[in-house]
Design a protein around this ligand. Structure first.
Ligand code: ZN
Ligand code: ZN
Length: 169
């Protein structure tokens, strides 16, 4: 539950402590969805007329395949977030970093901001380790386990020269 009643926010700040599940409908097709529920915390408070401020943190994990050897990789993601909500008509709502609330909004739903912050902080690719050797392009062996026995790559330009030389013999 990441929706907060605006009438309550008018009276007092609220503690944010909830989860955004990987199966939540806020995720769009093509999103790198977290591999476990995302933990969302912080404080949501009134910040002037029709303005609200969420200062908090998202924590979770992303997983995917190593871009070199295709092994499964999981990496932790933790990011501090600072989000301003403003009612439509407020000049602050035109700020690209602010989230616009409809003027008759009853609740603030943090999920779209959580999704955006997650997508900004999640890795865009995975590496199982910095010096991953990847897979052999010929036989597909995992080169992290040692050399595969394929002959070393030769440069095809030398092959062409060699065949010219052989032909002239
Ligand atoms: Zn790898
Ligand atoms: Zn090989």
């Amino acid at each position: 539950m990441l929706s907060y009643d605006i009438r309550q926010l008018e009276r007092e700040a609220v503690r944010v402590d909830g989860e955004l599940a990987p199966g939540d409908p806020v995720w769009a097709e093509g999103d790198l969805v977290p591999s476990e529920p995302l933990h969302v915390t912080g404080r949501l408070s009134k910040a002037g007329h029709g303005r609200y401020y969420w200062s908090g943190r998202i924590e979770g994990a992303a997983s995917g395949a190593c871009r070199r050897c295709l092994a499964d990789v999981s990496s932790a993601v933790a990011e501090d977030v600072h989000v301003l909500y403003a009612e439509a008509g407020d000049e602050v709502a035109e700020d690209p970093d602010a989230y616009r609330l409809p003027s008759n909004a009853q609740v603030i739903d943090l999920r779209p901001a959580v999704r955006e912050q997650w997508l900004l902080s999640a890795p865009s690719f995975f590496l199982c380790r910095e010096d991953c050797q990847g897979l052999c392009a010929r036989c597909g062996a995992d080169l992290n386990a040692g050399p595969c026995g394929c002959p070393p790559e030769t440069d095809s330009r030398w092959d062409a020269l060699r065949s010219l030389r052989d032909a002239s013999r």
